[in-house]
Design a binder for this molecule. Structure first.
Ligand code: ATP
Ligand code: MG
Length: 345
């Protein structure tokens, strides 16, 4: 495919620019904690950008997926409100975009059984992201849901007939599962589903303060909604290395480089230049630069978020309207699926 050929990101961007109305985004975030900078640079910015291009953007809050790697779904209401506040403060416009949650859309779940029949246990066992999450999980056993949640994600995307999926790199194996299921379903029963394209950002895997993937559930993240002081404290706690001279070298110095990258993303500057400017100032200077860059970049977002937080009734009404639309979409797709499969009318 190459960097600009068919199937490349450049090619996808070209096709979207030509006919944005032919595209629908489906992506989302688990209600397991506040959104962080990894979400922001990995997926959220693309969602808002695509919305303004005229793409139909649908964002899912997958509440049932919370119990993939934990026993109970704690603080679900609080985290869901938080996600809605983050989306609105980022510029997701309810007049153009849709937000819904799993538990409100039962038709979506009915795709799970035919979809499960289209993948093998060996394929499920091979998924590298699932393996990594099992390794980081606090649970002592691996549930059936952990192994099959990528299939449920296929149901999310395909119930809405999403064909563009802006996500971080951890989602790439899952998107392959979705594409495989769409292809196999279409081959077996007749064409119902698009084969969705992944859209990766320029920062598809932001590392957290401990040097592993920034994740809501790993206590290594810098939340978008943190205060300036909390941000300073979190950045201060980041792992660095013994070399006082700051350079940008993601392979050799992942921890220092991820901090440099974070500053450069927030400042919209070249990471090599940012590192060169800090030079021999050491980790303390690097952390000051990162803190100032993050707080400066997020200040307008944080102010808007505080405004929306004063009107939770409105914020929740956005989700209710989104649930209604998602129900209609999922029911229409389920009708098509039954029709195609013949046996279930
Ligand atoms: P959890 O720890 O609960 O799984 P998470 O931080 O991994 O939370 P998710 O809700 O699983 O967040 O992911 C939401 C979206 O954000 C996905 O598209 C995912 O690829 C993207 N994303 C998450 N973390 C990062 C990251 N560190 N860098 C880039 N993208 C990310
Ligand atoms: Mg995750």
């Amino acid at each position: 495919a190459g960097a600009t050929g068919p199937g490349s990101t450049a090619d996808l961007e070209r096709r979207i620019a030509e006919d944005p109305a032919a595209f629908r985004v489906l992506t989302g975030d688990r209600p397991t904690g506040p959104l962080h900078l990894g979400h922001y640079f990995g997926s959220l910015l693309n969602r808002v950008r695509l919305q303004y291009l005229g793409v139909d953007v649908i964002v899912l809050i997958p509440d049932y997926q919370v119990i993939t790697d934990r026993d109970t779904a704690d603080r679900l209401g609080e985290y869901t409100d938080g996600l809605l506040l983050d989306y609105l403060a980022l510029g997701l416009d309810p007049a153009r975009s849709t937000v819904f949650c799993h538990s409100a859309v039962p038709a979506l779940n009915q795709l799970m059984l035919p979809f499960l029949s289209l993948v093998s246990v060996a394929e499920l066992n091979r998924n590298p992201t699932v393996k990594d999450e099992i390794a980081h999980s606090r649970q002592s056993t691996v549930s059936g849901l952990m192994l099959t949640y990528p299939v449920h994600q296929a149901a999310d995307i395909l119930a809405c007939k999403g064909n563009v999926v802006p996500v971080g790199r951890d989602q790439a194996p899952h998107l392959e599962v979705t594409r495989t299921i769409a292809r196999r379903f279409n081959e077996r029963y007749g064409r119902v589903f698009p084969e969705p394209d992944i859209m990766l950002s320029a920062a598809p895997l932001l590392l957290g303060t401990d040097g592993t993937k920034m994740s809501k559930s790993r206590a290594n993240s810098i939340p978008l909604s943190a205060t300036a002081d909390e941000t300073a404290r979190l950045v201060k706690g980041a792992t660095t290395d013994a070399d006082r001279h700051i350079t940008y070298d993601p392979d050799a110095r992942p921890n220092v480089s991820s901090l440099v990258l974070l500053a450069s993303l927030c400042l919209d500057r070249d990471p090599y230049e940012v590192a060169a400017e800090i030079g021999g100032g050491g980790a303390a200077a690097l952390k000051r630069t990162v803190t100032d860059a993050v707080n400066g970049h997020l200040a307008p977002f944080r102010a808007r978020r505080a405004e929306y937080a004063k009107d939770l009734a409105y914020v929740r009404s956005v989700l209710r309207a989104g649930n209604e639309r998602a129900n209609a979409l999922a029911e229409a797709t389920l009708d098509e699926v039954r029709e195609a499969m013949g046996a279930f009318r």
